[in-house]
Design a protein around this ligand. Sequence first.
Ligand SMILES: [Zn+2]
Length: 59
Amino acid sequence: MSLGSESNSHCHLTATGPGEFWCPVCGQRCTQNSTSGIEYGHRLDCDRRPSELANPLEE
Ligand SMILES: [Zn+2]
């Protein structure tokens, strides 16, 4: 097992679509809304995570 690689636990991580990017801070594949500019997909503790974004774990 390789704990340093997340590529085996997800599918199609190499493909990035419009607005998608790899966050250099949290390492997650994020998506930026082309209209609002809000970035989705950051880890909850990521510095680039929009503060106005609701915490999905608290719903
Ligand atoms: Zn991030």
